[in-house]
Design a protein around this ligand. Structure first.
Ligand SMILES: N[C@@H](CCC(=O)N[C@@H](CS)C(=O)NCC(=O)O)C(=O)O
Length: 213
């Protein structure tokens, strides 16, 4: 088991209103990995971001070595490796059917979240360029993905009776929808998922990375 570093050697780039950034930040809190948070928007702070991240895609995690990682799924995979090295249980099982099942729940959460983000981008277009039929398709896909997760939520957690990355990713997605598109969430009839998200939002790791930063 490795000792915790004294300083904050990791640097996480991106606002917490990104559900992808937020699931990484929550995970780092749960694993006890201190990090510096660079709170820059890919839209509003392009000049400041350009020298750090000319891709304008977040999250981006800078490791103590200086290496930079993109794509929240790959970042989480690396964080799970670190957790295992430090003797912690990873939030995604390392192998077997458990790993596959948690991944598939995460896939549903990511579909719901990506469709919610796409609805938001559609709203950013000038009114005359917004495509109502496309938004309706996105809304249907988002609702369908949340409904499938709702069906799978029998107890307090989505898998195995304990917290996994499926719960975190789902709650981060719901947090985004509720924060950015409250009317959209009102149309998603998923009481069990709402209760799960409410519970996780009250936890220390979620409270440490508030959406309204
Ligand atoms: N699959 C990516 C999605 C990340 C993503 O779409 N991030 C958004 C913020 S929520 C972004 O960087 N948008 C700017 C852009 O795509 O140009 C991940 O999981 O890291």
């Amino acid at each position: 088991m490795t000792n915790l570093p004294d300083a904050a050697p990791y640097r996480l780039l991106g606002l917490y209103d990104s559900p992808f950034v937020r699931r990484v930040a929550v995970t780092m809190h749960l694993y006890g990995l201190p990090f510096e948070h660079l709170s820059l928007s890919v839209f509003r702070h392009m000049d400041a971001m350009r020298p750090i991240n000319p891709l304008f895609k977040v999250p981006m995690l800078t490791l103590p070595s200086g290496e930079t990682l993109y794509e929240s799924a790959y970042i989480l995979d690396h964080l799970d490796e670190l957790a295992v090295e430090r003797g912690l249980a990873p939030l995604i099982p390392r192998q077997g059917p458990e790993r596959r099942q948690v991944h598939q729940l995460m896939a549903l959460a990511i579909v719901a979240t990506e469709k919610a983000v796409a609805i938001e981008y559609e709203h950013k277009r000038p009114g005359e360029r917004q495509w109502a039929d496309w938004t309706e398709r996105l809304r249907g896909q988002m609702r369908q993905a949340f409904a499938l997760l709702e069906e799978r939520l029998a107890g307090d957690f989505l898998f195995g009776g304990h917290l996994t990355q499926a719960d975190i990713t789902t709650a981060a997605g719901i947090g985004f929808v509720r924060y950015v598109q409250p009317d959209e969430w009102a149309g998603v009839a998923c009481p069990a998922l709402t209760a799960l998200a409410d519970r996780l939002e009250e936890s220390a790791a979620f409270k440490a990375v508030p959406l309204d930063e």
